[in-house]
Design a protein around this ligand. Structure first.
Ligand SMILES: [Zn+2]
Length: 155
């Protein structure tokens, strides 16, 4: 996660990474190497169901675009704040159950995003640890709880 100062569309863009716990359980490389959107994977039915459920029950303030991307293996996903949308990137090596879990984590970032994070993200020389802590504050925790309940209710 780091402030991203490059490009007009990215003036307000910030990366928030989700790394660590799942990395050691990473699946084998996907056979859908050219699928840029997980929704293009016909076998990912649960993922599509969860995504539709989140869009319906937990809509963030801006639209959310989902992509699979080449990411370092320690970065399972990230939520990018653009001017008029969020982009959730999922590591392309995730298997479906992991992708669902990471989607829920990142969706909560889109849901909990606020002006103070925008301001913090634009602060020159922001400490990545401080920003990471701010991204996973109580507001994010509440959003994650809401996402998790919605996920369970999809049952
Ligand atoms: Zn996160």
């Amino acid at each position: 996660m780091k402030p991203n100062p490059h490009g007009a569309d990215q003036l307000a863009a910030v990366l928030c990474c989700y790394r660590g716990a799942l990395a050691s359980r990473m699946g084998s490389p996907s056979d859908s190497a050219h699928a840029h959107s997980p929704t293009n994977r016909p076998e990912w039915r649960e993922f599509r169901t969860v995504l539709a459920g989140l869009r319906d029950r937990c809509p963030p303030a801006l639209p959310v675009v989902i992509r699979t991307s080449w990411l370092p293996e320690t970065i399972l996903g990230q939520c990018l704040r653009r001017d008029k949308r969020f982009v959730v990137q999922l590591n392309r090596d995730l298997v479906e159950p992991q992708a669902v879990e990471v989607l829920c984590h990142e969706w909560a970032h889109a849901l909990a995003w606020n002006f103070s994070l925008d301001r913090l993200a634009k602060t020159p020389g922001i400490n990545p640890v401080e920003f990471d802590r701010a991204c996973h504050d109580e507001a994010w925790g509440c959003a994650y709880s809401r996402v998790w309940r919605a996920y369970l209710e999809l049952g």
